[in-house]
Write a protein that binds this ligand. Structure first.
Ligand code: AMP
Length: 357
């Protein structure tokens, strides 16, 4: 355990969003300080952290100074250049490593990796031209989903290929020549598992969250999920297998589909805290943010027993105007992100409704 960071150590967090904010808040009780690196002024994370560097992700001088001022570096979103992380890791430990980041940044690498780890996925083909799209659709069939391999989130960079869809138009609308075609999964449920792995290789998978999306944005996560014990175990075991194969140090969120026969297909992974894990702040013995801090500092991981059945509801855009009523609701725990402007589709906060029996 010689690698454990002592209280007082500084965790560098790349990214200034709400995930960084809640990580910094969870680091404080364990005695750690946080230094945020973000291009954004007055970011949600910097409002609660000791120090912030406001600079571009490509600013080598600022990155070098940042690395010199922290004891470990992590990140709260995955669209950081892998080269940046590679360079930083020559100066200070970066957890999770750049190889984990690289897998999560590309949908084909992600799916190849999931398959190689023994997990199931929807059928998929890498598509880099209209000709390849036509072949892939002939192969996989319709309906299917065409997605850009990089930088997609909340349903952006996706088109559904229906019987009547014109493939040339769909291909043109994607505005990318690096895509994946996936068979459309008529899933029964969407679930996710967040798994933590610490420096010593110990691993914990949080209980499965059942996720409901509205307009491609996560709306609610419910725990426990309404799935069989066998499906719960398969989902958690799958997530642990992925974390181990990646030699992860940190958190990995694994989004999955549950099919009618109880099968579990991996859709996406993200090497960071995840929106579907926010329920843990009020419904679990250890929150995903505390677990994240424990994993990257080398502390032992905490237990992940459910304290209360919980429904996490995202506050998107103007939903946040209800803050007063939500704050007055018994057993509703309100978390706001400190964002000034409630634009449509923007995640402004969330509320965890716990069932206290
Ligand atoms: P993603 O960006 O891959 O997380 O996709 C966003 C949402 O689109 C998912 O949460 C699903 O609701 C839906 N979706 C994505 N891929 C598929 C698929 N292959 N089959 C059915 N629905 C999908």
């Amino acid at each position: 355990m010689s690698d454990v960071l002592a209280p007082g150590a500084v965790i560098g967090i790349i990214g200034g969003g709400q995930l960084g904010r809640m990580t910094a808040l969870a680091a404080a009780p364990l005695g750690y300080r946080c230094h945020i690196y973000t291009p954004e002024k007055d970011s949600p994370a910097s409002q609660v952290a000791e120090k912030t560097t406001v600079a571009a992700y490509e600013d080598e001088k600022a990155l070098t100074e940042f690395a010199a001022s922290v004891d470990v570096i992590t990140y709260e979103f995955e669209n950081i250049p892998v080269d940046t992380v590679q360079r930083l890791s020559e100066l200070v430990p970066v957890r999770p490593s750049q190889s984990v980041l690289a897998v999560s940044q590309h949908r084909v690498a992600e799916k190849d990796f999931a398959r190689d780890s023994g997990a199931q996925t929807a059928p998929y083909r890498h598509v880099t031209s209209l000709d390849q799209l036509q072949e892939a659709v002939a192969d996989i069939g319709r309906p299917a989903v065409l997605k850009t391999c990089r930088f997609g989130y909340d349903g952006k960079g996706q088109v559904k290929i229906m019987d009547e869809t014109d493939l040339a138009a769909a291909w043109a609308s994607l505005k990318s020549d690096d895509a994946v075609l996936e068979g459309f999964v008529s899933f029964d449920k969407e679930i996710s598992v967040i798994v933590a792995r610490s420096l010593d290789g110990s691993c914990t998978a949080f209980p499965v969250a059942q996720n409901h999306h509205v307009d491609h944005i996560l709306s609610t996560s419910t725990v426990p999920a309404a799935i069989s014990e066998a499906t719960e175990q398969t989902a958690r075991t799958t997530a642990v297998a992925l974390a181990e194969r990646l030699d992860l140090v940190g958190l990995l969120a694994v989004e999955m589909f549950v099919t009618g026969d109880g099968g579990v297909l991996v859709n996406e992974v993200a090497p960071r805290p995840h929106n579907s894990g926010h329920w843990t702040q009020d419904g679990c013995v250890t929150s995903q943010f505390e677990q994240f801090v424990r994993a990257v500092t080398g502390l032992p991981l905490g237990p992940v027993d459910i304290l209360f059945p919980t429904v996490m509801q995202n506050l998107i855009g103007s939903d946040v105007d209800q803050w007063k009523a939500l704050a007055a609701e018994p057993h509703a725990k309100l978390h706001l992100y400190g964002k000034a402007e409630a634009r449509p589709g923007r995640k402004m906060g969330h509320v965890n409704r716990i069932s206290v029996s």
